[in-house]
Write a protein that binds this ligand. Structure first.
Ligand SMILES: NC(=O)c1ccc[n+]([C@@H]2O[C@H](COP(=O)([O-])OP(=O)(O)OC[C@H]3O[C@@H](n4cnc5c(N)ncnc54)[C@H](OP(=O)(O)O)[C@@H]3O)[C@@H](O)[C@H]2O)c1
Length: 159
């Protein structure tokens, strides 16, 4: 996300960050990824090596794609198949439903502002989360912006 929690514009990403894509690939490979129908259309195909699930009230399953009528059904299907970690990969609508269900957040904070953004990560209370990892990635020829990759785990009842 950008500095104002921007995540997308015109159904596409707003930055080219090779290191962020590598982190995404390494984390999700071999697992189930769940996305909204618009994010699926933006990616345009199933991502290899992962179980791809699309949440939609209009789209049915297709080759290499499972469809779910809502996020809870998608998570249930993944659990029933023995999945150990389900990755909710966006976009904005799906993130806003997912935030209360999530127990871990993997976020790249991009050091840029994007005025043309039309999609945002939901506002969330950092006090509910414990930061467990933080790593800076400087910009270079394959990464348009500096970014910091952070991992947060939801605090338990005892904080
Ligand atoms: N930076 C990032 O991390 C990141 C990640 C992913 C995506 N993005 C960007 O985010 C944007 C897309 O996000 P978006 O918010 O517009 O769309 P989205 O969340 O990807 O998809 C929205 C669609 O998901 C389905 N959906 C959502 N909630 C549902 C529910 N409760 N029950 C059933 N179906 C539901 C609906 O599909 P139907 O209309 O078919 O029912 C809805 O139109 C793009 O710009 C993309 O590039 C950014």
């Amino acid at each position: 996300m950008g500095k104002q929690r921007e995540i997308g514009a015109d159904n596409t990403l707003m930055w080219r960050l090779s290191n962020d894509l590598k982190l995404f690939k390494n984390l999700t490979m071999g697992h189930t990824i769940v996305m909204g129908r618009k994010t699926f259309e933006s990616i345009g195909k199933a991502l290899p090596g992962r179980v791809n699930m699309v949440v939609s009230s209009t789209m049915s399953a297709a080759e290499d794609i499972l469809s779910a009528i809502n996020l809870n059904d998608a998570i249930e299907m993944a659990r029933n198949s023995g999945e150990t970690e389900v990755f909710i990969i966006g976009g904005g609508q799906i993130y806003s439903y997912a935030l209360e269900l999530a127990d871990k957040l993997y976020i790249s904070f991009v050091d840029g502002s994007f005025e043309h953004a039309d999609t945002f990560f939901p506002d969330f209370d950092l006090n509910e989360w414990r930061e467990t990892e933080s790593k800076k990635y400087p910009k270079d020829e394959k990464n348009e912006y500096d970014f910091v990759f952070k991992v947060f785990e939801r605090k338990g009842l005892l904080g």
